[in-house]
Design a binder for this molecule. Structure first.
Ligand SMILES: Cc1cc2nc3c(=O)[nH]c(=O)nc-3n(C[C@H](O)[C@H](O)[C@H](O)COP(=O)(O)O)c2cc1C
Length: 195
């Protein structure tokens, strides 16, 4: 069987981001589960705040790159921070740009081309006790609107400031089990939907 291509990314560009650490741990685990993983750093892309006037002058090159990357991966795992009980603007801005049709490019006139039918696992991390769980409750409807299939299993890593060692390894071994459960569901569903 061909290895499933899984895109893993965090909704944070912060240097010491807990969600970036969680994304790295999840990427290692997904690779060990046989997936072909792309660990995406949103900070590597020069994407302005969405503005339709700006877009009318031409979709930024890095948005086009992101569209292609998301399109090429049938499965994604997103690690989202929680800002004010929701997901950060970075996550919304990224999805708004990649779901906006590019009228001047016949390959990208369909807005949901890069998001439709993707199987998505949702993780979050926060220094708080709830681990960013409330951000997930807002992110899931967004993903459904983008025509994604959201894995029923999720995981919110609480007390994230104490969860990793200096090398970014998970200190709390017990957290690996629910992360693995999300990976397993994403691979299970993506393999069947793309058989
Ligand atoms: C504007 C703002 C709002 C925040 N609101 C919440 C919140 O509602 N719940 C929560 O658990 N943490 C909240 N936090 C704290 C974040 O969870 C914390 O900054 C976390 O480290 C961000 O994720 P990162 O480490 O991946 O960058 C907030 C942080 C900021 C900057």
């Amino acid at each position: 069987m061909q290895r499933m291509k899984v895109l893993i990314f965090a909704g944070s560009t912060r240097q010491q981001s807990y969600n970036r650490k969680l994304a790295r741990v999840t990427a290692e685990m997904a690779r060990a589960s046989g997936a072909e993983v792309t660990l995406l750093e949103l900070g590597d892309f020069d994407v302005p705040m969405y503005n339709a006037d700006l877009e009318a002058r031409g979709t930024p090159a890095d948005v086009m790159r992101l569209k292609q990357i998301f399109f090429e991966h049938p499965a994604w795992i997103v690690c989202t921070p929680e800002y004010n009980a929701s997901y950060p603007a970075l996550v919304k801005n990224t999805f708004d740009w990649i779901s906006s049709p590019v009228k001047s490019d016949p390959a990208w006139t369909e807005g949901f081309k890069s998001t439709r039918g993707k199987v998505v696992g949702v993780l979050s991390a926060s220094p708080g006790a709830l681990g960013g769980l409330r951000s997930q409750s807002h992110l899931v409807p967004l993903l459904l609107n983008l025509h994604c299939w959201v894995a029923p299993q999720n995981y919110a890593l609480g007390r994230a400031a104490e969860a990793f060692d200096a090398e970014g390894r998970l200190v709390n071994e017990a957290a690996r089990k629910p992360i693995q459960a999300v990976i397993d569901q994403v691979l299970f569903a993506a393999q069947r939907l793309n058989a």
